[in-house]
Design a protein. Sequence first.
Length: 99
Amino acid sequence: MKFKEAISPQQQKMARYAKALGHPVRIFVLETLAHQSCCYSGDLTELLPIAKSTLSQHLKELKEAGLIQGEIEAPRIKYCINKENWQEAKSLFKGLLEL
């Protein structure tokens, strides 16, 4: 059996989610968004002592993993948890941690 055949789609998704969760700033962003319906990137900049460009990279990583979604409201971007993918990530990790 080849490596690609041995790795399930669920394992690939879980690895992608885990990579996105692999930085404390991203975890902070997810916790912040989980406690409110949405948040503007400028509001996050005020909460975090990091450059806007650094925050943008973290938001991009979370968005590419599908854990958050962004909506442009020029000149700002509003971010929210992607509820469907967030539930999927929770389910996948729960299954792994209960082994």
